[in-house]
Design a binder for this molecule. Sequence first.
Ligand code: HEC
Length: 87
Amino acid sequence: MAAAAPADADHGGQLARRWCAACHIVSPDQTHGADNVPAFATIAKIPGFDADKITKFLMDPHPKMPDMQLGRDEAKDLAAYIVSLAP
Ligand code: HEC
């Protein structure tokens, strides 16, 4: 991933509010998500699930999530945002 732009967590936060908030609690000021869907702050604490792994997860369609056709930069920004939520 040499010449790639650095991940932009602020942009990731905007994407998360737009695309992910229907199911996930994506920010501390959001009170409701779907049942049985982990909050992003919880995901951020999964040991070993770092920005790199989250990016790869997001680029692979996941059975319980809609295939959102995220581009690599979007996936990276979202991953940077998610890990930024870890305390
Ligand atoms: C239609 C509901 C839905 C939407 C929209 C959704 N997700 Fe999910 N997501 C889920 C569910 C359900 C799980 C739990 C999957 C499981 O337990 O296997 C999950 C799990 C995850 C996980 C963690 C997987 C793990 O291994 O613990 C990540 C990261 C994630 N979602 C990111 C996102 C991002 C980023 C978006 C927005 C671009 C998003 N999701 C949009 C339903 C959704």
